[in-house]
Design a protein around this ligand. Structure first.
Ligand code: ACO
Length: 278
């Protein structure tokens, strides 16, 4: 994927890591000003988001510069440094999300895993090992094992990819759009176990956790430092922003962390399900 400007000052090396601050990798120099580099980075992100949405048959991109700014996600961009101006090969977007997930025995737990939110390799470059290269770079930088990830509504290609490269094939069924695999809960300590309430016969099962692809309903996050009270754990690339978790209001004194009553599921809105299925 090529652009009408030099990608080196925008993206730097082969792997470029971008967070909500959307900082270009290089310094302005010569005739190129910082604002120009920032605008070029926004263009790259928007174009990648559009290409990924098209490849997945989504009506609206899940990834854009504006959405990056309002969420604490991390974008890993892979670049071909051999071309004169450098072409973009693909990207992977991850972020921590609060989810209600089911264990094998049907009990549900509230967790905040690193989630795979969007992943795309240019059509002309697929099945050459670039997706694996990018994914491994993310695992290494985020210091996470593949079976500890939650994946937001994976495509068949992504399921095949995870099976082939990471042996992830044994799914733990969920009632939301996230997919997790055997081993996800393996080292978690003292979970707050609750029997999962069965849906009433006349009601469909409601998704309990917001998917990245429910973004039209998602509240944008205020900029730093106003977002510090929201309590999202940030690790790996976002480690500098690590915040202390607060006990929720109304929790009786002495309640061990992680055993507080989970919040009510979000209210059902018929119009919120306007996503394009795969
Ligand atoms: N059909 C079936 N499986 C595929 C395909 C395909 N067209 N392309 C890749 N795979 C899987 C297969 O397991 C393949 O192994 P194989 O060739 O031996 O069958 C393996 O991925 C190849 O691994 P890589 O070359 O490392 O992966 P690649 O560079 O192709 O990147 C990716 C994988 C990102 C899924 C890419 O195929 C892609 O961009 N697909 C279109 C967009 C997409 O579906 N993204 C995931 C959306 S869901 C989400 O992001 C949460």
């Amino acid at each position: 994927m090529e652009f009408p400007f030099d990608l080196a000052p925008v993206l730097g090396d082969r792997f470029c890591v971008v967070d909500q601050h959307l900082r270009p990798a290089g310094r302005p120099g010569g005739t190129v000003k910082r604002e120009e580099l920032e605008q070029q980075l926004r263009t790259v992100i928007d174009e990648l988001g559009k290409a990924s949405a098209k490849a997945q048959g989504l009506s609206t991109p899940v990834t854009s510069a504006a959405r990056m700014e309002s969420n604490r996600h991390v974008l890993y961009i892979l670049r071909d440094t051999r071309c004169p101006r450098g072409a973009v090969l693909g990207f992977l977007k991850v972020g921590y999300k609060k989810l209600f997930l089911l264990e094998r025995d049907g009990s549900h737990v509230e967790v905040e895993p690193l989630c795979v939110l969007d992943f795309y390799i240019h059509e002309s470059q697929q099945r050459r090992g670039l997706g694996r290269e990018l994914f491994r770079e993310m695992l290494q930088r985020e210091r996470v094992q593949p079976h500890k990830l939650a994946v937001d509504r994976p495509s068949e290609k992504l399921l095949g990819f995870l099976r082939k490269h990471f042996g992830l094939c044994d799914l733990i069924p969920q009632v939301n759009n996230f997919v997790i695999f055997e081993g996800f809960f393996s080292t978690r300590t003292a979970p707050a176990r609750r029997p999962f309430p069965r849906p009433r016969p006349e009601e469909p099962i409601k998704p309990y956790s917001l998917s990245e692809r429910h973004f039209l309903r998602e509240e944008p996050e205020p900029p730093w430092p106003f977002n510090l009270g929201r309590g999202s754990p940030v690790r790996g690339s976002l480690r500098p922003f690590l915040v202390r978790r607060e006990t929720p209001p109304g929790t009786p004194p002495g309640t061990p962390p992680g055993t507080e009553t989970p919040p009510e599921p979000p209210p059902r809105r018929a119009s919120s399900l306007g996503r394009v299925g795969r």
